[in-house]
Design a protein around this ligand. Structure first.
Ligand code: UT7
Length: 345
């Protein structure tokens, strides 16, 4: 009985530890070169490589959905974690390119994977979506809300890219990355530093809202294709913000975990632009021995998928050690960001 005389609510016992048990990644088959991109914009392979570090990116097939890509990445993450579908209690899908306002993609994914009756929902935090998902999953596992949480970052940005827009056509790619977060004997996910700057909403945005396009369809009765609300970006604004504001966040994230850059075994920033990564390395004074994710060269900027894809590649190629400490930081449309130190599976 409580002091008010009512029955007490039963809650989960105290905080537990959480860690990433397994990671998975999926890159669509089709490789799109800079030459192909330059068929539609006034640019060159040389300019794209110099200004962004991108050599090629992957594009999903016409009929390949974010749920298809998320399924492939999730199956690999579950297998590597040694966790069965029925152990998953929550599915969190980070995406901004699922082309349905409703329902969310996560319940459909959970159904495909045969996860019985999980809580399943999408989050919209753009390129920081995966790190937001890891933070939520960590808190849920630690608090006892769930034992295992499946976190997916997935994008089919090709559906929302204007191939004629010089400022963004070359940057985006498609793909999926997934992580199984679950109970652990030791702390495997450090404190998350996150935040938002809504005053910078215009910096990366869908060009028109769905409702702005509606009159074109309904009032004019037009049947020809209407303008498509692709994502557009004020490249330089985002670039400057990422370089000057995100580097201090990365430093504070390492400090919040009680570590120094020297303790890191990998640095996995959002794969936004190779020059942003280089600037962050300098600002962090990252020791030479710490390997840095450079997946953008062959994968492009896959927004929510970029960090788990890049970390999976580093582990698969032996560039980063299993069980090592990695710093990950996501930043993008909102503007929003989230960052944490994790023990790699
Ligand atoms: O994932 C979400 C977060 N996103 C990001 O973090 C992206 C951040 N921004 C960027 O990565 C870069 O701003 C871009 C790669 C998008 C652009 O690079 P930039 O160095 O900022 O280019 P800029 O817009 O400052 O343009 C520099 C020059 C201009 O020419 P002038 O005025 O110097 O003669 C542009 O007209 O490059 C020109 N330019 C291009 N040239 C060839 C702009 N776009 C292109 C292009 N091809 N596609």
């Amino acid at each position: 009985m409580t002091v008010t005389g009512r029955k007490q609510i039963t809650v989960s016992p105290g905080m537990r530890h959480a860690r990433i048990h397994g990671l998975g990644g999926y890159r669509p088959e089709r490789v799109v070169t800079n030459e192909e991109i330059c068929q539609f914009i006034d640019s060159s392979d040389e300019w794209i490589q110099q200004r962004s570090g991108i050599v090629s990116r992957r594009r999903a097939a016409e009929d390949e959905t974010v749920i298809d890509m998320a399924e492939a990445a999730s199956r690999q993450a579950l297998e590597r974690a040694g966790i069965s579908a029925d152990q998953i209690g929550v599915v969190i899908m980070a995406t901004v390119s699922h082309p349905f306002q409703t329902p969310a993609a996560a319940p459909g994914l959970a159904h495909r994977l045969g996860i019985p009756n999980p809580a399943a929902f999408d989050i919209s935090a753009a390129c920081a979506g995966y790190c937001h998902g890891i933070s939520l999953a960590n808190d849920m596992v630690r608090a006892g809300t769930a034992d295992y949480v499946l976190v997916i970052g997935v994008e089919k940005l090709s559906d929302f890219t204007d191939k004629h827009d010089r400022g963004s056509a070359f940057i985006f790619g498609d793909g999926a990355g997934a992580a199984v977060v679950g109970v652990s004997d030791y702390p495997g996910i450090g404190p998350t530093l996150w935040g938002s700057m809504g005053e910078q909403a215009e910096a990366i945005t869908q060009r028109e809202s769905w409702t702005e396009l509606r009159p074109q369809m309904e009032d004019t009765g037009r049947t020809d294709p209407i303008a498509w609300p692709s994502f557009v970006m004020q490249g330089q604004t985002v670039f400057r913000w990422a370089v000057f504001s995100m580097a201090p966040v990365a430093v504070q994230t390492v400090e919040a975990a009680g570590l120094t850059p020297d303790d890191l075994d990998a640095f996995v920033p959002h794969q936004a632009n190779m020059r942003i990564t280089d600037a962050m390395i300098k600002a962090l004074k990252l020791p030479q021995h710490v390997p840095v994710a450079r997946d953008i060269a062959e994968t492009g900027n896959t927004s929510a998928a970029s960090i788990p894809l890049a970390m999976s590649r580093m582990l698969d190629e032996g560039e980063a050690p299993h069980g090592g400490i990695a710093l990950q930081i996501g930043f993008g449309a909102g503007l929003v960001y989230a960052s944490q130190v994790v023990i790699m599976p």
